[in-house]
Design a protein around this ligand. Structure first.
Ligand code: KIV
Ligand code: ZN
Length: 515
């Protein structure tokens, strides 16, 4: 039996991750990701911010009703309405948690909250007591905690533990901390606060200086036993500490870290891909653990070393974190049962025979164009653009795009809006530009294009092209996703998907915008 402490892995992909501009997820998408996190044995899943919108409340509720083995939590500002809404959203969870927070740094209290430290203390204690009356598991976060004054941190922590908080989280909200200083802060607080042993201490680090993982691990070395993190390091601004890096650091350097986790790393890569395909945030090729190059050895000397003795250059096994050889999984003649089984292995389940039928039809359509179907293709097939999760006002009908040396590229496009076909033509600086101009002639969306990204889903020139289009309208940012073997068609689908997401109009409140 291990003599090491358990390190609680608290995943906040569905809450802080969702705060990345354009990464907003639907209820069904959150449930799909939550199921993968559960399979991976994540201890706590922060499923959203219940008061943000009706849609987010429903998503948290659906996650709480579906997931059995992880604790489900929702964020709430230290306000009665937030806390009651959270309690309602998580009420059917097997194990639920209320996570409440208030800012404690001088700069946040003075300029954002416009409250004195005494008022903040009083509000925190009152709200923790309220939360504790509604749920046995209460986490309290000192927002901008790493920039708060030591004496105030200690008074606050002692008081909220007395009021019933079971976990104390001290976030590095603006990513300003350094490992030595952040680790020492926890040690000093735990030594000073008399009831510190009655709660579990937690980290929540942002990556503005690229130190989120290092800061989290420094905290672990100083007694912290919960780490808040996200898949692919997704999150507000530069993101959060990445789950896969924390988990694999603790596992690979078991000689250094005094803790173990319950995580089964075999699910890391499939979950990373699922999150990337749902949010439209690509994973950089050199990203640790989940980047396409993370285990690729290019140099001849490295390859020679690996062939002679793997450990010369490899500290982890690619297959342990879920990388599979890029083998053919399915083809034109694969049946519905095989396709469903493979989807399920990738964390995609179908609620009804119609949903499976829809995905299977897409699979057949793709298999006609592309002989070899890989896991990545299946994931692209069920990404937001193909999942029937939002009402689609603008539907793609037909595109004829022509280009010839010396002649301006030209697109002739037909869209269906509310069952009626609209056809138009446009020229542009390239086929994609011509097609987007044609869309705008019909849609007049008054959006600004912020990002256009194309990647090949698999190797080979017959690969599905995966396109992300980010549009901005009056401060609201959405990502649209599209995939097709024809990159111009994929681009049009992505643009229309973004317009449809905008049209669905689910605007969520931001938790850190003040009390
Ligand atoms: O970064 C932060 O401080 C947060 C808290 C609300 C936990 O996300
Ligand atoms: Zn955060």
């Amino acid at each position: 039996m291990s003599t090491k402490d358990n390190l609680i892995i608290f995943d906040t992909t569905l809450r802080d991750g969702e705060q990345s501009p354009g990464a907003s997820m639907t209820r069904d998408e959150k449930v799909r990701i939550a199921k993968m996190l559960e399979k991976m044995h994540v201890d706590v899943i922060e499923a959203g911010f219940a008061i943000a919108s009706g849609g987010d409340f429903d998503a948290i509720k659906a996650v709480a009703e579906t997931v059995q083995d992880s604790t489900i939590c929702s964020l709430s500002r230290a306000m009665p309405a937030d806390i009651k809404r959270t309690a309602e959203a998580i009420k059917s969870a097997n194990s639920g948690r209320i996570h409440t927070f208030i800012a404690t740094s001088p700069i946040h209290m003075k300029y954002k909250l416009m409250m004195s430290p005494e008022q903040v203390l009083e509000q925190a204690v009152g709200m923790v007591s309220l939360a504790r009356n509604l749920c046995g598991d209460v986490e309290f976060s000192l927002e901008d905690g790493s920039r708060s004054e030591f004496d105030f941190q200690c008074r606050m922590i002692e008081a909220v533990i007395d009021a019933g908080a079971t976990t104390i989280n001290i976030p590095d909200t603006v990513g300003y901390g350094t490992p030595e200083e952040y680790g020492a802060m926890f040690k000093n607080i735990m030594e000073r606060v008399p009831n510190a042993d009655k709660a579990i201490f937690s980290t929540h680090c942002h990556n503005d200086l690229g130190l989120a993982v290092a800061n989290s691990l420094a905290a672990v070395m100083n007694g912290v036993r919960q780490v808040e993190c996200t898949i692919n390091g997704l999150g507000e601004r530069a993101g959060n500490a990445s789950l896969e890096e924390i988990v694999m650091a603790v596992k690979t350097r078991a000689d250094v870290f005094p803790v173990t986790t319950r995580i089964d790393p075999i699910h890391i890569v499939p979950t990373s891909r699922l999150v990337s395909s749902i949010t439209g945030f690509p994973v950089q090729p050199n990203k640790a653990i989940v980047g396409a190059n993370a285990f690729a050895h290019e140099s001849g000397i490295h390859q020679d070393g690996i062939l002679k003795h793997r450990e010369t250059y490899e500290i982890m096994k690619a297959e342990d974190v879920g990388w599979k050889s890029n083998k053919l999984v399915l083809g034109k003649h694969s049946g519905r049962a095989a396709v469903r089984a493979r989807f399920e292995e990738l964390g995609v389940t179908f609620e009804s025979p119609e949903e499976l039928g829809h995905a299977f039809a897409r699979f057949k359509e793709l298999a006609d164009k592309k002989h070899e179907i890989f896991d990545e293709d299946l994931q692209a097939l069920v990404s937001r653009v193909t999942a029937p999760s939002i009402a689609e006002k603008f539907q793609f009908s037909n595109l004829e795009a022509t280009s010839k040396s010396g002649v301006k590229p030209h697109a002739s496009l037909t869209l269906t809006i509310a069952g009626v076909d609209h056809q138009t033509e446009s020229e542009g600086d390239g086929l994609v530009d011509a097609a987007f101009k044609a869309i705008e002639k019909i849609a007049s969306s008054q959006t600004a294009l912020q990002l256009y990204l194309v990647s090949a889903v698999t190797q080979g020139t017959d690969s599905l092209g995966d396109v992300t289009v980010r549009l901005e309208k009056e401060g609201e940012i959405v990502n649209g996703l599209g995939s097709d073997t024809d990159v111009i068609v994929a681009s049009v689908k992505a643009y229309l998907n973004a317009l449809n997401v905008l049209d669905a109009g689910v605007i969520k409140a931001h938790p850190q915008s003040g009390v």
